[in-house]
Design a protein around this ligand. Structure first.
Ligand code: KE4
Length: 446
């Protein structure tokens, strides 16, 4: 996609000087790293232009290799609910690393973090730490298949659960069908074990379960989808999903990799009172280091090796330094005041962005739950699922993204991701963001 001209358009308020070092760093990176990045979405393909190479972060701000500073709403795609390099987390990492970084043997910190997770998520009776959200969801579905003896898994269009083969699937023709691979290298046989339904469509759920409910091992769902942009579930939708899975002996797997400890200390299941059979966690629980987790009903998790026949393992699972970072992070989230603060700041940002769009005559839809939100450049019509999210104006988002970047605000480089507010943001940073948005909306209007 060619670079958007957002940064070149409206010049007012631009503060970013040059990004020559990022450009040089990108040339160098591409010589060794595929696409110059270690995860595709970082390559700015969704917005065009050269990715910004970052040098450091502190609080709610990051600084790039050219010395430009930005107010950060990417938050590393979600983990940094306390902002960058929070003192207590850095101290915990330093202290633990000095005692040895990994043993491949059990350490007490793993039990400490597991107990904290279980306190926040009463549905998690037993769990296992892994090193990414992908590992968590992949393992949870293997356990669900092992426990039920069934093969079929259901996911939703626009739902993203990491890059394991069985989950890189999109619906074939029609909205309810056997999946076809969404990536080269995924055998059709794998994809055929995954059905894909449209999100927020109860009729589609009822029809599918009416026909094939007895074959379903598990349904995996982001209770608050954030990988098609943030699309809240309609009232009663998750409850119906819970009823149908129970009725047909299928397991309900909530993928709370983003929402866990984000929308509430106990995630979306606390907010919306849904008790799943299994939960997948990641991002925040590692406090910025690689941690994922899956867990839930003790009778289901008893299937996992070494207790049961479902194998799952990992050299760095439960890594003591990552456990220390996770513990230091979650300990700071235990007070309700933290979530009230996040709500206040995020509501201020939402209102300011809506006002900026209105002032600029730009139609938008803003979806927000707590400190996670998406600003859809959607002209008319609701965004209730993947199909309607795809109707958003990606070029307009790209112009807005670059105009904000030029004004010192770092947003996710894709219309179909989420902004995150952290406890390190304050009213001043939010108001600076809104001032930049007022100008960027004029650029976005094109
Ligand atoms: P990881 O394997 O990237 O740790 O987690 C996969 C995953 C699982 N479930 C949900 C709901 C997720 O959002 C993710 C990963 N999120 C993406 C961005 N939304 C990570 C960014 C990237 O791929 O670089």
């Amino acid at each position: 996609m060619k670079a958007a001209d957002g940064g070149q358009g409206g010049r007012k308020g631009r503060i970013v000087r040059s990004r020559k070092r990022s450009e040089a760093a990108f040339v160098r990176a591409r010589a060794s790293l595929v696409g110059g990045v270690n995860s595709p979405v970082r390559a700015f393909r969704g917005v065009g232009g050269t990715p910004v190479f970052l040098a450091s972060g502190k609080g709610c701000r990051v600084t790039d290799v050219d010395g430009n500073t930005y107010i950060d709403y990417l938050a590393s795609w979600g983990p940094l609910i306390l902002g960058h390099a929070p003192a207590a987390v850095v101290a915990a990492i330093r202290r633990r690393a000095g005692l040895g970084t990994t043993f491949g043997a059990p350490t007490p910190e793993e039990s400490e973090l597991a107990e904290l997770v279980r306190k926040a998520f009463p549905s998690i009776e037993k769990l296992r730490f892994v090193s990414s959200g992908t590992e968590a969801t992949m393992s949870a579905l293997r356990v669900a298949r092992g426990f039920t003896g069934r093969d079929l898994v259901v996911k939703f269009e626009g739902g993203y659960h990491g890059h394991s083969d069985g989950l890189l699937v999109k619906a074939g023709s029609g909205a309810t069908t056997l999946g076809v691979p969404d990536s080269a290298g995924v055998p059709a046989a794998f994809a055929e074990r995954t059905a894909t339904l449209p999100f927020n469509d109860v009729a589609a759920l009822d029809a599918f379960f009416g026909e094939r409910g007895s074959e379903v091992a598990a349904v995996i769902v982001e209770p608050l989808p954030a990988n098609m942009g943030v699309v809240p579930p309609r009232a009663g939708y998750l409850e119906r999903l819970r009823e149908l899975t129970k009725q047909h002996g299928a397991l309900l797997v909530l993928d709370e990799v983003i929402t866990g400890f984000r929308v509430a200390f106990g995630g979306a299941q606390e907010l919306w009172k849904i008790r799943p059979d299994l939960t997948c966690l990641g991002k925040i629980i590692g406090g910025g280091l690689p941690v994922g987790a899956y867990g839930g009903r003790a009778d289901v998790m008893a299937k996992v090796a070494p207790e049961g026949p479902v194998y799952q393992a990992g050299t760095l699972s439960g890594n003591p330094v990552a456990m220390a970072a996770g513990l230091a992070t979650l300990r700071q989230l235990r007070s309700k005041a933290v979530y009230r603060r996040l709500e206040k700041l995020a509501a201020r940002l939402e209102a300011g962005l809506a006002a900026a769009a209105h002032e600029g005559g730009v139609p938008v839809r803003i979806h927000r739950v707590g400190s996670v939100m998406t600003l859809f450049f959607r002209d008319g019509g609701e965004v209730v699922d993947y199909a309607s999210a795809l109707c958003s104006d990606r070029d307009r988002y790209a112009r807005f993204f670059h105009a904000m970047l030029e004004r010192g605000v770092y947003l996710p480089p894709s219309q179909f991701e989420a902004f995150f507010v952290s406890t390190a943001h304050d009213e001043k940073a939010i108001d600076q963001t809104i001032a930049a948005a007022k100008e960027a909306m004029r650029v976005a209007a094109g």
